[in-house]
Design a protein around this ligand. Structure first.
Ligand SMILES: Cc1cc2nc3c(=O)[nH]c(=O)nc-3n(C[C@H](O)[C@H](O)[C@H](O)COP(=O)(O)O)c2cc1C
Length: 364
């Protein structure tokens, strides 16, 4: 088994068996939606459907990038894609680097499009590979491999810095992103991996021509934690301690949603620690166009397609119920409902130059 395959298996194993959750929240617990005692609609009037990157979704939910490249990963992808197709939600594949380097693993990614022929499917490639010389040609191969509707390019400077043998190379990255945007004919989504995106990057990425941003903020899976456990297992003390020290590094998801959605016109995907339909509704009310989850789907996928189905069914039931309770008939209305921001998240937003009062008053 090659080095990348081993690393991928370790990532999955650590995510399933060890504590890899951030100790601080997403900030969404400090966001309140307002209950409407007279919603002036029936529960059955709720329409959660959205259009994103040319596909119709039954609800703004995406299974975030997790894996590919090994036989186990293929099974996980198959279970996730089957459910995504049935529910009409989106799905992203894990980094396709391994399949570009070793085409014999392509089938572990292709299974996603085979099982989800009409779903929104996102390809995945990492910034470090672009820094090391890959460009539009490799990006096109990723898209063609799975008939992707959009390509996610992941940003993971923290993970690469903490990972044993990581490639923390981000010099000149923006011009490489521009090259990919100009060289492929599907939308590009820049995606963090659990540390959030600040408005400075959001603005630069919009100028570079990208179409979307997946904020993947702090509050859920911590890659510092994953790499901490791996470093511990292989006896690399420095990286083990670095992972511990940076366990909660980054921008909470709620803050990142507000910063990026207020400062750009990019399509915003909210992820990082979102676990419930209520949190999903809060993320949309704060400005997200769709919501992604990774950790919860990985846990269900190893149990099989039924567990994945059950998870989606419950999340969407909760999401639609909350839409009813705030009187939102559709996603556009949910985006305009009044939001109250309390506590630490409000302080953070003030530091960043936003007035939380705007959110408390909006829509009244
Ligand atoms: C096992 C595992 C593997 C992942 N691999 C990738 C990847 O290859 N590319 C990527 O963009 N994100 C990857 N992620 C990050 C997720 O897509 C997501 O941004 C992050 O886990 C935060 O979401 P969560 O709190 O819902 O897990 C991975 C996450 C997990 C748990």
């Amino acid at each position: 088994m090659g080095g990348i395959e081993k690393r991928k298996q370790r990532h999955i194993r650590m995510s399933l068996e060890e504590d890899v959750q951030s100790d601080i929240g997403t900030g969404l617990d400090e966001v309140r939606l307002i209950h409407r005692a007279l919603p002036e609609m029936d529960l059955e009037d709720v329409n959660a459907g959205v259009e994103l990157f040319g596909r119709r979704l039954s609800a703004p939910l995406i299974i975030s990038a997790i894996t590919g490249g090994t036989e186990d990963a293929k099974e996980i992808n198959a279970a996730l894609a089957t459910a995504a197709e049935e529910f009409g939600i989106g799905i992203g594949v894990g980094s396709q680097r391994i399949a570009i380097e070793d085409p014999s693993t392509e089938h572990t990614f292709r299974v996603v499009r085979e099982r989800a022929p009409s779903a929104l499917v996102l390809g995945n490639l990492g910034c470090p590979q672009l820094s090391l010389g890959w460009g539009a040609a490799e990006a096109r191969r990723c898209v063609d491999m799975i008939g992707a509707d959009a390509l996610a390019i992941h940003m993971n400077p923290m993970q690469e810095a903490v990972q044993v043998g990581g490639e923390a190379r981000y010099r000149g990255i923006l011009s490489k992103v521009r090259e990919v945007v100009d060289g492929i004919d599907v939308p590009v989504v820049m995606k963090e991996t659990g540390c959030g995106v600040a408005l400075e990057e959001a603005v630069k990425l919009e100028e570079a021509g990208v179409d979307g941003l997946d904020v993947s903020g702090v509050g859920g899976t911590s890659w510092a934690a994953v790499e901490h456990h791996i470093a511990k297992e292989v006896g690399e003390r420095d990286q083990e301690d670095l992972g511990r020290a940076l366990w909660n590094w980054g921008i909470p998801t709620a803050v990142s949603i507000v910063e990026t959605s207020q400062s750009t016109r990019l399509k915003i995907i909210a992820s990082g620690g979102i676990r419930t339909g209520l949190e999903m509704a809060k993320a949309v009310a704060l400005g997200a166009d769709a919501v992604g989850m990774a950790g919860p789907f990985l846990k269900r996928a190893v149990e099989g397609p039924d567990a994945v189905r059950e998870h989606i069914r419950r999340v969407l039931l909760e999401f639609r119920t909350v839409m009813f309770l705030v009187g939102a008939r559709d996603i556009e209305e949910l985006k305009r409902v009044r939001v109250i921001i309390l506590g630490r998240t409000a302080e953070w937003l003030r530091i960043r130059g936003f007035d939380p009062e705007d959110y408390a008053l909006r829509g009244v």
